[in-house]
Design a protein around this ligand. Structure first.
Ligand code: NAD
Ligand code: DAU
Length: 350
């Protein structure tokens, strides 16, 4: 099949593309604007593949989206392009509304026009797969899990923009008959994760001897999923999922932030002890909390397990070990980002 991946130079998109080139016969076109979060070197492992191509363009640019569809003739559109970082959305929400809401609207309109022009057989196979987040469901207390029928209650500009895009996608399915799929996934982590996010930020700052910032009291809980497991879930959904359905994807690995940070420190103590022999955990610093910080996310992923046979392959402990080792062995990947862009653009300053 031909699969158009928007946001394919990002963290999850690039993991999906690497997986599709390595583990399938599908052809892939990446459509990506290369914002600060788009990292072409994350696609270096597939760059030489004859089944991979790349277009640098904005999802808000209707003509460019239409041209890419007309040129590539996708059977699947996997829509991952988005502004993804919650802290940046608090500092500058405009870009989130533009990319996540308007951009998704443009993608839907262009996909609908393209879909309506397809032959009957090609229409039956076509899918528009929208990749979304568990943050649309809001914040949990100590008990309970998000299911596919949990009411939406987004509480940050990021999650509100993603919730809006989810509603648009479902509306295009119901009203216009576009064969849509939606997945809502928990926190991903793993190789090629942009250094502004908690796990890579802690690894890199620890290695640089810098303070390790933990927001608030560190008791906020996230459900962590190794990114390659998410890529496998996405492939299962667009290959086997039922149009119109939503699937929650999660790692069944709830951890408090402070425990995540301590786990990273322990792994670094083992793999690359500090020169002064002290534990990396000595660098932990509690800092001012994120405004409106959601307390707990937890996913019930029963449906995707029962309907599509997907379960996560990695435990959190295995995944964190692999991730810390990857950052130790791939310093050039993240040092380039720090040198070029991260220093000036972090937290929406640039
Ligand atoms: P990311 O920030 O790493 O990558 C986003 C990609 O989209 C980048 O390559 C960027 O250049 C591209 N992009 C941004 N604006 C664009 C535009 N206007 N036109 C074209 N391309 C544009 O994000 P990620 O963490 O890989 O997340 C991918 C998707 O998955 C997002 O939709 C996000 O909401 C969702 N999601 C992320 C997580 C997570 O834990 N990271 C969890 C669940 C869902
Ligand atoms: O739940 C899925 C979401 O996970 C995705 O939709 C988002 O795109 C993705 O960015 C992620 O959002 P979070 O806000 O949960 O991820 P982040 O890595 O920014 O933060 C994880 C937790 O760690 C969160 O509770 C805030 C906290 N944190 C974060 C940073 C950057 C800290 O304590 N210190 C930090 O320096």
């Amino acid at each position: 099949m031909r699969i158009l991946v928007t946001g394919g130079a990002g963290f999850i998109g690039s993991a999906l593309v690497r997986r599709l080139i390595d583990h399938s016969d599908h052809e892939v076109m990446v459509y990506d604007k290369l914002t600060y979060a788009g990292v072409l070197s994350s696609l270096a492992p597939v760059a030489e593949s004859g089944r991979y191509s790349f277009v640098q363009a904005d999802i808000c640019d209707a003509a460019a989206v239409a041209a890419a569809m007309a040129d590539f003739r996708p059977q699947i559109i996997a829509h991952l392009a988005a502004e993804s970082h919650v802290d940046r959305s608090i500092d500058g929400p405009g870009e989130f509304v533009q990319t996540n809401v308007v951009g998704t609207f443009v993608m839907l309109q262009q996909a609908l026009g393209y879909y309506r022009d397809l032959e009957r057989e090609a229409r039956a196979a076509f899918r528009f797969h929208h990749i979304s987040t568990d943050e649309v469901f809001g914040s949990l207390g100590d008990e309970g899990f998000f299911t596919e029928t949990t009411s939406y209650d987004p509480r940050s500009p990021y999650s509100a923009s993603k919730a809006s895009s989810d509603h648009l996608v479902r509306a295009w399915g119901h009203t216009y008959g576009l064969p849509v799929l939606v997945t809502n996934c928990s926190n991903n982590y793993g190789p090629y994760h942009f250094p502004e996010k908690l796990i890579p930020l802690i690894i890199i700052r620890a290695l640089n001897g810098e303070p390790l910032p933990v927001y608030g009291d560190g008791t906020n809980v996230r459900d962590w999923l190794f990114v390659d497991d998410h890529a496998r879930a996405l492939q299962a959904v667009f290959e086997k999922g039922t149009p119109g359905e939503t699937y929650n994807v999660g790692g069944n690995a709830e951890r408090r932030n402070i425990d995540v940070v301590r786990a990273i420190c322990a792994e670094l103590d083992r793999l690359k002890p500090r020169e002064d022999g002290k534990p990396y955990a000595d660098q932990i610093t509690y800092v001012t909390d994120r405004p409106g910080h959601d307390q707990r996310y937890a996913i019930d992923a029963t449906k995707i397990r029962d309907d599509l046979g997907w379960t996560p392959a990695q435990t959190f402990e295995q995944g964190i070990g692999m991730t810390v080792r990857w950052y130790l062995e791939n310093q050039a990947w993240w040092q380039d980002i720090l040198d070029d862009r991260y220093a000036t653009q972090r937290l929406g300053v640039g």
